[in-house]
Ligand binder design. Sequence first.
Ligand code: TNX
Length: 438
Amino acid sequence: MASFLAELLGLEISNAPEAAVQLALEDDPDLCDEGYELMSGSGGVLIRANGPAGLFRGVQTLRQLLPASGRLPAEVPGVRIRDVPRFAWRGLMLDVARHFFGVGDVKRVVDLAAFYKLNILHLHLTDDQGWRLAISSWPDLAAVGGLTAVGGGRGGFYTAADYAEIVDYAASRFITVVPEIDVPGHTNAALVAYPELTCDGQAPQVATGTEVGFSSLCPDKPITQRFIEEVFGELAAMTPGPYLHLGGDEAMSTPPDKYGPFVERVQQVIHGAGKRPVGWQEVATARLVPGAVVQYWNSDAGPDQVVAAVRKGARLIMSPADRVYLDMKYDVATGLGLDWAGELDVPDAYGWDPAEIASGIAEPDVLGIEAALWTETVATVSEIEYMVLPRLPAMAEVAWSQRATRDWAGFRTRLAAHAPRWAAMGAAYHRSPALPWP
Ligand code: TNX
């Protein structure tokens, strides 16, 4: 922590009382795991927390109090802040399947997420257009399935060492990686690599377009069960975090009567490996294992599905597409992005409440919220930045701050003032007309 700050700010930090920035661990139950207290005055800056995660979150607030250049010496406003997050799950999903992003790109995204106090990086590792993680028991998943991408580009995949590097980097920012292997649909790249996973045993055409819903593992084949056990088994062994995401969305090519039993078997495998399964809202139509987490994404079937999920004992992650799908266009003129959930400008990303997505859902049912960046149209890290800035900080405030403290009039001014920070980071961003840019 101290070395992170020292490197970032070029200043000396320690637990010594005379340090310019003093970090202190204390027992303050009200601050929970990630809360912190930050006091600054003529004597310097003191950040207190129960543990390193809280200190780290407090350090992000300190960074935001410093000038955009981020370097000291500088004056910090005199403040006394006590701050605790509203939601435990504050995530960003990055789709590395439609387009592949290397370890360095992912680290840049992690740094942005950390700056806004997110604590989950959900990696959508597999889809029709590419398989992005080396699995040693099924080597062609990456070696063959990793060669493709939307638009016919080069693809790529993470080795086990690459994946560990991402996980460790995220952990150093108190961010947990939640890996997703999407089954039974969104599996064309796997089926190209291993045609025996299809019902007719024939290899499908490589997919480089953006349509969805056309692929499925053959749910009842014994080899499919072996695939699930070995792939999720390796994934569990590679992943220190408690969650594995099984996808489960848009399985339009899986026979409806086979979908539920299949999703139950995958959950059992994950549960048996000592992890908690996460699935997109469609999995709520199946039985759910204890500890399962369900991710809301669209308003068609979503409200009924998340109510069903809660009745089955699951907790929810809210990712309403019209609020947090950062692959949606800002407005009709945005060159990148999709628009199936409408245009999504900063006021839309800010002006909603996670506890009001469906009637029958109450705040304790909501584990948290997650923004999603699908990458059908996004191919470079600056395109990622352009899509997430300035909407990601809006989502992050919805995730962190109590509802009563949120107000658009104040937020838009605070947010616009971050433009010089993004410029200093070399990050691209969208100059939304909704904000009073400096
Ligand atoms: C829906 S959200 C999908 C993705 C697409 C995305 C594009 C979800 C669970 N499935 O496969 O990439 O829309 O916005």
